[in-house]
Design a protein around this ligand. Sequence first.
Ligand SMILES: C[S@@+](CC[C@H](N)C(=O)[O-])C[C@H]1O[C@@H](n2cnc3c(N)ncnc32)[C@H](O)[C@@H]1O
Ligand SMILES: Nc1nc2[nH]cc(C(=O)O)c2c(=O)[nH]1
Ligand code: SF4
Ligand SMILES: [Mg+2]
Length: 209
Amino acid sequence: MKNDTQDLVEKGIMLPLMEAFYTIQGEGFHKGTAAYFVRIGGCDVGCHWCDVKESWNPEIHPPTAIGAIVEDAKEYSETIVITGGEPLTWNMAPLTGLLKDAGMQIHIETSGAYTLTGSWDWICLSPKKIKLPTPEIYPVANELKVIVYNKSDFAFAEEQAAKVTKDCILYLQPEWSNREKMMPLIVDYVMKNPKWKVSLQTHKYLNIP
Ligand SMILES: C[S@@+](CC[C@H](N)C(=O)[O-])C[C@H]1O[C@@H](n2cnc3c(N)ncnc32)[C@H](O)[C@@H]1O
Ligand SMILES: Nc1nc2[nH]cc(C(=O)O)c2c(=O)[nH]1
Ligand code: SF4
Ligand SMILES: [Mg+2]
């Protein structure tokens, strides 16, 4: 990356854009709602089951001016989901500022592993054991979405739920490759602990992005 471009990426004026697409939010509270997804490259959390490992290396995704991202987004939807990769790798203030000026509803999908930047209408926090969220995100998370890969994830989910507000909506989402094994346990857990809800990756059943 050229030095001047690198400088703009560090400031959040340009971002390594992996892909952007109009689809239906498949997961969590807003599942079923049409939204424009912006997937920003770069993540070093390293979940072994991550379903978008191609996003991890920011170097392979072109630095893109945030103005261009917003111009494209406006053509499709008033609801924008910023995801990745880990979007909080970068300073999200400039991008969310422009999206707000354009009157958009701005959602984020994040592990919370890095400092919370940007201003958001909806924060989906999906914490990871291997790189825990920074403390400032817990009071502002609108939904907590814990991925269940094995039994130990139920205890982790409870630890994380103890840190969010009482209004934060609690979801258990099966890890995709292990869903057949874990789904019955999740169903049983939610019936015994009804403060939790089930979240499925419905876009994968619908065969959409
Ligand atoms: C690819 S991540 C990108 C955003 C951010 N890095 C994060 O992890 O929240 C988007 C969402 O997909 C979830 N996810 C990733 N791989 C998954 C898998 N194999 N099965 C179920 N959910 C998965 C993440 O936990 C997160 O909620
Ligand atoms: N349809 C659809 N819904 C999603 N919700 C969260 C996603 C993500 O990868 O962040 C995602 C995604 O990749 N596709
Ligand atoms: S934090 Fe998100 S993008 Fe990063 S490895 Fe984990 S699931 Fe994938
Ligand atoms: Mg996804």
